[in-house]
Design a protein around this ligand. Sequence first.
Ligand code: PLP
Length: 482
Amino acid sequence: MWVRLPENGYDKDSILKELEEVTKEDLNPLTGRMFGHSYETGDNILRELSMKVYEAFMHKTMLDFTVYPSLVKLENEIVSMVLSIMHGEENSTGSFTYGGTESIMLATKAAREYFRKRKGEGVIPELILPMTGHPSFVKAAEYLNMKVKFAPVDYKTLKIDVDKVNELINDRTAMIVGSAPNYPFGTVDDIAALSDIAVDKKVWLHTDSCIGGFVLPFFKMLGEKIPDFDFKLPGVYSISADLHKYGYAPKGASVVLYRSKELKLGQIFVGTRWPGYPLVNTAVLSTRSAGSLAASWAILKYLGVKGYKDMASRILSAKRKTILGLKEMRFQILGEPESSLVAFTSDEVNLSKLSSIIGKKGWYIQVQPGSDYLKFPSSIHLTLSPVHDELAKDFLADLKEALEEAKKMEESDQLKANILRMIRDMEPNKIIEELPRLLEYVGVSSEKVPKDLELVDELIKSLAPDLVEAMLKHVINEILSP
Ligand SMILES: Cc1ncc(COP(=O)(O)O)c(C=O)c1O
C-alpha cells in the first residue's frame, strides 16, 4: 500500500506516537532476551556514552577527510587500538567501515588488485571460502567479478579441510579465507595451517574475525585455548573485525586491517575526472554519518582491555551454563565452539517450532534451516552476550518448557506436509512459476513477513541452494515493495 508524502507535515508528538504504534511488535534488542543480532552488555554508562557521542557526531560526514580533522584522528586511533590486540606490525594499517560486509568487500577488492598487479587482468581471480564462511564473500565476489570456490569442512569439527584448500589453489587464486570463528557454529578454522599454505603458495589469506575479533583475544587473555588467528601468523594479510558486534558499538561499525600499507592501497578509490571536488574514498560508501565512528572510539576508550576482558568473562560463564543446560535437555552441540557462539540440534523436536514457542515467551533464538544438499542439519544458533550470564537460568527454564510443548505438538500439519512434498517433486522452473501462490500460502505479502516459518525453513533445507536463492529473491522483493 502506498503512503503519500503528507501535504503538510505532522507535529512531533503525533509522529513519535505513530512510531510507538509501528514498533509494538518489534523485539527490543536492549532486553538481553535476544540470542542473535544483539550484543548486550547491560552497562548503562556505556549505552549513555555511546548515544551522547553518536548524537554529537551524527551530522558530520566522513566523505571528505579535509573537512573534519577530528574524524581522521578518531579513525586512526580506532584502527591502531584494534591493531594492538591483533599483533599488528609497525607498518600495519586499516580502515573504519560501516560493517562486516563492507570490511570484507574492501579486503576482497584489495586482494583482487594485489593479484592483478602481479598476474595481470587476463583471468577471473578466484577466492577460496570454507563452506561455513560468511556469504558476504560470495556477495563481494559477485560485485567484483571473482569466482568463489568452496572448501569443504570436516562435518564433526566443523573446521575447514586444509588439505582440500591446498588442492583448490591454482594460478588464479587471489584470496583464501578462514573464519575466526564462523557464524553458524562458532568454531575457529585452523588459520595457522592456512597461513603456512598462504606463505608457501604466496596467496593472500584473510581472517574473517567479524564476530570474534573482540572476543577471542580476550578469551585468550583469560586462559582459554584459542588457536592463533591474527597477524601473529605471517600468511594473514588482512582481518575483518566488527565493532558493532562484540565491540559493543552502535550498528554501522567495523574495521578492516592490513598487515602493511602496500596491501591496503587496492581498497582505495580516487575519482578526479569530473569538475567537482576530488573524491577520495577508503570505503565503499562515501557520505556517511560519523556517529558510529565517534561512538566506537568512545567505547574502545571506555572499556579498554580490562572492560573487554570483563565482558568476555561474563560471556564465558554464560556459555558454560548454557551448554550444560542444553546437554541436560539432550540437545546436541555442534562442534566444539571456541568462541561466544553455540549451535545445537535435536532429533526429538522441530527446531522451527521450538523457536516460535520460545518466541512467544519473549526470547529470540535463531533457526538455521540447514541443507540436505550441503549435508548440514537444521540447528539453533545462539549468539551469547555478557547479559546472558545473568539471564541464562531464566532462558534455560523457558527453553525446557518450550521443548516439552514442542514435543507434545503434532508433527507439522498434513497440509504443510503435502505442500512440501508437492514442491519437492516439482521442476525448478515450475516452482518459480507457482511462487505467487506459494508465497500467499506461507503468508508473504507486501510488508508482511510470515510469522510461521516452519514451512519456509523446511523448503530451504530440502531444496537445492540455487533454487532457494532464486525463491528468496522473489520473497524479499515482494515484502520490500510498498
Ligand atoms: C563471521 C562473519 N563475517 C561477516 C559478517 C557480516 O557482517 P555484517 O552483518 O556486519 O555485514 C558476519 C555477520 O554476522 C559474521 O558473523
